[in-house]
Write a protein that binds this ligand. Structure first.
Ligand SMILES: Nc1ncnc2c1ncn2[C@@H]1O[C@H](COP(=O)(O)OP(=O)(O)O)[C@@H](O)[C@H]1O
Ligand SMILES: [Mg+2]
Length: 356
């Protein structure tokens, strides 16, 4: 009944005035009885004024105590650099105007604190990214420069074999640099939502077989068995180039982190409305602690051990962004020392969807 501040104030004032009225009636009765008109009238006026004053002060204090609490909370929020959301105790039945104000302020302060935290996290990530990028670019550049300078200085003092070897190393570093810059560029664009997939219907099974065929030779050279296990065509609607990139990244990882003699299998199968593509290897596996982070950009499990492979830890971040862009999911299961399976799930292209 007294939900609003106005009704509470009205009720309080009404009580005060009824009390004053009652006193006046009583007093006037006494006046007529005793004939001490002047004395009683003075008492009445003084009493009424005092009573009204005290009553008004009590009502006012009661109403403003919560406003003062709110002001203190705002000040505390400001003093914390807008980092700690305000906590204001609200007694029961506080859904009046002040209660709403408190609730709104509390929600606002939570949101401000959250966005501030997010901003500083993004800033931190950006700095880290910049540091990583410059480090990753410097290594191949320095190596390339070293070999080229040696060739310059020694000029004719180098045997043709050495010259050839130096040039090959320089070219390799150049390629590595190119790959790095490409990955970085692509990931940045993907994360900024600047690329739209050119969606068309095509059989994922066929694409998997093509990519496996393309990489089979280099797997063979590493002494690994790379095979495709595709039973049906599994048509999907996606960007072919992007899907090829996902497959390449997953297979290249499998090759890199699987020792000689290991097996790598790519399978594509229909699973109801979805199509599941899996890349399984018999490699070193991923530590359970690292499983949650391998898709983060720049994350490389046991950096020290994996040595300088010339990869910056962007491959899986790119793969995940592409899969998400297509409304799919990517996940990883792994047993340390036994192998790893990456699974990509996408929705299948249904027959009634127009092709292309
Ligand atoms: N098939 C795999 N087997 C074992 N570890 C893997 C595999 N794929 C990815 N990883 C781990 O995940 C990390 C991130 O992979 P990725 O983003 O492709 O970066 P990169 O290949 O450049 O290191 C790798 O550094 C590696 O530690
Ligand atoms: Mg990789």
């Amino acid at each position: 009944m007294f939900a609003t501040l106005y009704s509470r104030l009205a009720a309080a004032l009404m009580t005060v005035f009824i009390a004053i009225g009652a006193i006046m009636i009583l007093a006037s009765q006494r006046m007529l009885e005793t004939q001490r008109l002047f004395e009683l009238a003075t008492d009445l006026i003084v009493g009424t004024v005092l009573f009204s004053l005290i009553a008004a002060l009590v009502v006012f204090r009661f109403l403003t105590i919560r406003l003062r609490r709110l002001a203190a909370a705002i000040e505390a929020f400001r003093a914390s650099g807008f980092a700690t959301p305000a906590r204001i105790e609200q007694a029961g039945g506080s859904d009046d105007e002040i209660g709403q104000l408190v609730a709104a302020f509390q929600e606002m302060s939570e949101r401000i604190a959250m966005q501030l935290a997010q901003l500083s996290r993004v800033d931190h990530e950006r700095r880290e990214l910049l540091a990583n990028v410059s480090h990753d670019l410097r290594t191949p550049l320095a190596s390339m420069q070293g070999y080229l300078e040696t060739m310059l200085i020694k000029a004719n003092g180098l045997s043709p074999e050495d010259r050839m070897r130096y040039l090959q190393i320089a070219v390799k570093q150049c390629e590595r640099l190119g790959r790095l810059v490409r990955d970085l560029f692509d990931l940045t664009k993907l994360e900024a939502n600047e690329v739209r997939p050119k969606v068309e219907a095509f059989p994922l099974g066929e694409l998997a077989q093509d990519v496996v065929q393309k990489l089979a030779l280099s797997a063979q050279r590493r002494g690994q068995m790379l095979s495709a296990d595709v039973s049906t065509e599994c048509p999907i609607r996606a960007d072919i180039g992007m899907m090829e990139r996902v497959l390449e990244n997953l297979i290249e990882n499998a090759m890199r982190y699987t020792p000689e003699g290991g097996k790598i299998n790519v399978s594509v199968r229909a699973a109801g409305e979805r199509v599941a593509m899996q890349v399984t290897d018999s490699g070193r596996g991923i530590h359970p602690e690292d499983l949650g982070s391998v898709f983060d950009r720049y994350y490389r499990a046991n950096r020290g051990q994996s040595g300088d492979t010339g990869n910056a830890g962007l491959g899986l971040a790119i793969a995940r962004r592409i899969v998400e862009l297509h409304g799919g999911q990517i996940r990883v299961e792994s047993t340390l020392g036994q192998g790893t399976t990456f699974t990509v799930e996408l929705s299948a292209a249904s027959a009634d969807q127009p092709a292309g």
